[in-house]
Design a protein around this ligand. Structure first.
Ligand code: COA
Length: 248
């Protein structure tokens, strides 16, 4: 059993986050595997688009909180920071199929995807502040640009969930689908049949205006996030998560 599954069909690579017992919470090993898979896909002429989805009842519950406590990521070489850089710079179309919980990086990674489909039961959240942390993955720049400052402040500063309907209104997702994976694969196959260089160059053009600014903000977020992970506020929030778990 591996926590990351990868399958190629019709020039589309489908990556499945496969740790369903933990709601696909992401570990350093999973980020490392994702980084390898995406690097291979970037260099493989036979892969034209990548779909990312989650096994079981959730897309992903975000970074593994035990890992945040026991082995906090430090610096740009850490697997999670490498993963963020990888998706920010990924040259081919990245398409997400979301269902259930998409927490933390489970929502922020969508801001680096080119198309996103979500099931009606999807529940998005970026509870960084509630955890004593700060937004990551460039979301402190990308999200307010998408939804406006006051909406972004409401979501980030309260840490509240939002639904698929709200995500659609925010333009975070393309559509609400009963079968988001089927839709994502269908769209990936349509794109896979397009002239590949034109697809890659067009994606780069679509991303170019903000690319450098996002790189810069990700660096600042990374530094603040690393410091916040060591803070009393984060320690208290993580202990609260553990206490809830122990109570069952
Ligand atoms: N890190 C580590 N373990 C996690 C996890 C995470 N981010 N999210 C869920 N899990 C584990 C739970 O501890 C539980 O493990 P257990 O069965 O050994 O007790 C299992 O996954 C199932 O989660 P549970 O909380 O029982 O499911 P739920 O459906 O009641 O709630 C969530 C789902 C996602 C709302 C809830 O698990 C949650 O809030 N997780 C934390 C999300 C988070 O804060 N992520 C970090 C963002 S920066």
């Amino acid at each position: 059993m591996t926590d990351i599954l990868a399958e190629v069909a019709d020039q589309v690579l489908t990556i499945t986050l496969n740790r369903p017992a933990k709601k696909n919470a992401l570990t350093p090993g999973m980020y490392t595997d994702l980084n390898h898979r995406l690097a291979e896909a970037a260099g493989d002429f036979g892969i034209r688009a990548v779909v990312i989805t989650g096994a079981g009842s959730a897309f992903t519950a975000g970074n593994d909180i035990m890992d945040f406590m026991n082995t906090p990521p430090s610096g740009e070489d850490s697997p999670v920071m490498q993963f963020l850089a990888t998706i920010h710079n990924f040259p081919k179309p990245l398409i997400a199929a979301v269902h259930g919980n998409a927490v933390g990086i489970g929502t922020t990674m969508l801001m680096h995807c080119d198309l996103v489909y979500a099931a009606p039961d999807s529940k998005f959240a970026m509870p960084f502040v509630s955890l004593g942390l700060v937004p990551e993955a460039g979301s402190s720049l990308i999200f307010p640009k998408l939804v406006g400052h006051v909406k972004a402040s409401e979501i980030f500063l309260t840490g509240r969930n939002f639904s698929a309907t709200e995500a659609l209104e925010m333009k975070l997702i393309n559509g609400i689908e009963e079968l988001p994976l089927a839709k994502a694969v269908e769209m990936a196959k349509v794109i896979a049949e397009q002239p590949p260089e034109a697809v890659i160059n067009s994606k780069a053009l679509l991303k170019s205006a903000d690319h450098e600014a996002i790189t810069a903000v990700m660096r600042v977020e990374g530094e603040l996030f690393g410091m916040a992970l060591q803070s009393d506020e984060a320690a208290t929030a993580f202990m609260k998560f553990l206490a809830k778990k122990q109570k069952g």
